[in-house]
Design a protein around this ligand. Structure first.
Ligand SMILES: [Zn+2]
Length: 327
């Protein structure tokens, strides 16, 4: 192929490319127009995309799959978009332009890595989007480009800092936030809609002291991984915030207490939170694969254990994702 032929071929491809892009843009607009017709409310977790053979993800980068979407009436809120979240949504064939709110509970990368990409996608599809996050999230690079007052060439984005005193209201939906204990500023939330209450507990520690072989140990003194015989002092603030909830979405890490439990709930912590609660549906999130056991099996076993102990229906996302219809 001579030089000139190649040039004319590239021009041809270039024209075709622009045409396709234009038609795809109008497809996105079309999707926006039909999105509100889907009236059922839901909580949606996209596919996980970790195969049995993908050792790097299973054993190393095991924080690859946070994030979910909650739809209640007109609110469609993406919560904690972790690494690969956008890809996972696409793989799950979810219409991303449905999303109109974004909540980031704290600045850790497994809760915020895909926020910018998601924003960019929504801006380009002319969706209106509101972001809610602690001030410390805006101070990182995570979504600072889109924070109000800075680089505001996009007028379809609004952002707001939240803390434990923030109360949001969208038509007849109310959201309030409560503080968690995670080493960085971090908040959970309650969504109240009609007579339904839905809570999200993001990453958090719970107990202040534990009992090991009859010896009471302060959490702050524990240096190594350690299993607790009994959790003896609980954090009543978290329990109080969620005890009236019908549905609780909760991040958990391990089964029993170990050094990670300083900043992440164990299943045994969660059982204490659920004791005497109103919870009818529990959704487990942020579960890490453990050695030889796959995410899916681990989640199933934990769900079964919690169901046995509390009789609460417990769900865990799996390789195919998870959709819970709210009735
Ligand atoms: Zn975290």
């Amino acid at each position: 192929m001579n030089k000139n032929n190649l040039k004319s071929e590239l021009i041809k491809i270039d024209k075709k490319r622009l045409k396709i892009r234009k038609s795809y843009k109008s497809k996105l607009h079309h999707k926006i127009n039909i999105k509100l017709k889907n009236s059922s409310d839901y909580i949606f977790f996209p596919k996980i995309l970790i195969s049995k053979n993908n050792e790097q993800l299973r054993y190393g980068l095991s924080w690859h799959y946070n994030g979910f979407i909650i739809k209640v009436d007109s609110l469609v809120m993406e919560v904690d978009p972790g690494v690969n979240f956008l890809l996972r949504l696409t793989e799950s064939k979810y219409n991303i332009t449905n999303i109109n709110k974004l909540y980031i509970s704290h600045l850790h990368i497994d809760h915020s890595a895909d926020a910018n990409t998601l924003m960019e996608y929504l801006i380009r599809s002319n969706s209106n989007i509101e972001i809610f996050a602690p001030q410390s999230v805006y101070e990182t690079n995570t979504i600072s480009k889109f924070h109000s007052g800075e680089k505001i060439s996009f007028n379809n984005i609004q952002s707001q800092s939240i803390d434990e005193n923030t109360k949001l209201k969208f038509n007849n939906i109310n959201i309030n936030f409560f503080p968690l204990f995670h080493g960085v500023e971090c908040y959970g939330f309650n969504i109240k809609y009609k007579d339904k209450l839905i809570s999200y507990i993001s990453d958090t520690g719970y107990s202040r002291e534990i009992k090991v072989k009859n010896k009471i140990m302060k959490i702050s003194e524990i240096k190594k991984s350690i299993g607790a015989d009994e959790i003896i002092l609980k954090n009543e603030t978290i329990k109080k915030e969620v005890q009236h909830s019908d549905i609780i979405i909760c991040n958990i890490d391990s089964f029993q207490y170990n050094k990670n439990s300083k900043t992440h709930l164990s299943v045994l912590d969660l059982l204490d939170i659920l004791k005497d609660s109103n919870c009818k549906k529990l959704i487990l999130s942020h579960i890490n694969p453990m050695g030889e056991i796959l995410y899916e099996e681990w989640g199933k076993k934990i769900s079964k254990y919690i169901k046995n102990e509390t009789n609460i229906n417990t769900f865990c996302s799996n390789n195919n994702g998870l959709k819970i219809i709210l009735d």
